[in-house]
Design a protein around this ligand. Structure first.
Ligand SMILES: Cc1ncc(C[n+]2csc(CCOP(=O)(O)OP(=O)(O)O)c2C)c(N)n1
Ligand code: SF4
Length: 318
């Protein structure tokens, strides 16, 4: 195959997102990021959760799976473990990942498997008509809500840190150039990467709109801005305890900073934790050259190689 271009990752069928949805910016960024990394479509698998954002994988020409609500990370984990050569990207909404999928989100962090999870954060359940999601700030009243929400909100970056994600970032859906770079850095990171993307939902979130993010009501002063260039997210492999503490302290300050601007960029790049594939290969040396995807499971006619007869004989009830 000649040089890969963005077109190679695009699909030729219609898209049903609402006009102006932030999902478009994320999708375009993903196309550009994958092509820019020189990956070929057959080297990439994209897994989607349930929701508007969970349709992203249909619009990427790569292997794709539409999974169950909240279960995108277990599917992605299985695929990466079976075929470590694949570049695996999981995408989903804040309802999908921070509510029903929160247990999987936390436990994926424990594994630090080498995949990338992109969370579309629009603060609402878009596909099911705009209910409050776990990231909607307390006291907010978006247009589907009869009253302002009286529940608190989850901070995805902090949850990712507490869970053990080794690369953590935040982008904005309409800052495509910045997002392409963030997605590429997330994919390049050898370990579990979490990228929160602030995503306007023009249909149901009438508070945090594209115009709001652009600061149209305050003379065009944008409400999203990159982290200060002096912010260094890296924890080196041999970082001492003091250095780690200092890094994590800086992370917490930035990730919990209230007010504006809302910062985007790489918040953490922890190089000190080996990824699960590496740890697995240490335990099972054969995993490196014979992961499950390399094993022959059927003969030329597609018949399974597994002979279950002895097993059936053993469990048979006479
Ligand atoms: C087990 C289960 N419960 C509920 C639903 C209904 N459902 C479909 S999409 C969705 C919300 C999706 O919201 P979010 O993850 O924020 O994605 P968005 O649509 O905003 O991109 C829900 C609750 C479902 N499909 N499966
Ligand atoms: S409902 Fe919101 S999130 Fe869903 S496609 Fe429309 S604008 Fe996008």
């Amino acid at each position: 195959m000649a040089t890969v271009t963005v077109k190679d990752f695009q699909v030729g069928f219609p898209n049903d997102w609402c006009p102006g949805c932030g999902d478009f910016g994320i999708l375009n960024s993903l196309h550009q990021a994958l092509a820019g990394l020189g990956l070929k479509p057959h080297e990439v698998a994209v897994f989607g959760g349930i929701g508007c954002s969970g349709k992203t994988q249909y619009y990427v020409n790569a292997y794709d799976v539409h999974t169950l609500h909240g279960r995108v990370l277990p599917y992605a984990t299985g695929a990466k473990l079976a075929n470590p050569e694949l570049t695996v990207v999981a995408v989903g909404g804040d309802g999908d990942g921070m509510a029903i999928g929160a247990g999987h989100f936390v436990n994926a962090g424990r594994s630090n498997l080498d995949l990338t999870y992109i969370l579309h954060n629009n603060e609402v359940y878009g596909l099911t008509k705009g209910q409050a999601s776990p990231t909607l700030p307390m006291g907010s009243q978006t247009k589907s809500l009869p009253e302002p929400t009286i529940q608190g909100s989850v901070n995805p970056l902090m949850l990712a840190l507490a869970s053990g994600y080794t690369w953590i970032g935040r982008g904005y859906a309409f800052d495509v150039r910045g997002l392409v770079e963030l997605i590429q850095r997330a994919i390049r990171h050898k370990g579990l990467s979490f990228l929160e993307v602030l995503q306007p939902c023009p249909t149901y979130n009438n508070l945090h709109t594209k115009a709001w993010f652009a600061g149209k009501d305050q003379g065009g002063v944008p409400r999203v801005a990159p982290l200060d260039p002096s912010y260094d997210p890296v924890i080196e492999p041999d970082a001492g305890e003091g250095a780690v503490r200092a890094r994590l302290g800086a992370f917490v300050v930035e990730a919990t900073r209230g007010g504006e601007p809302i910062r985007t960029g790489v918040f953490l790049e922890n190089l000190s934790v080996p990824d699960l594939g590496e740890r697995l290969a240490q335990r099972l040396p054969a995993y490196r050259h014979a992961p499950p995807a390399h094993r022959v499971v059927a003969d030329a006619k597609g018949r399974s190689n597994a002979d279950l007869t002895p097993l059936f004989a053993e469990v048979a009830v006479s």
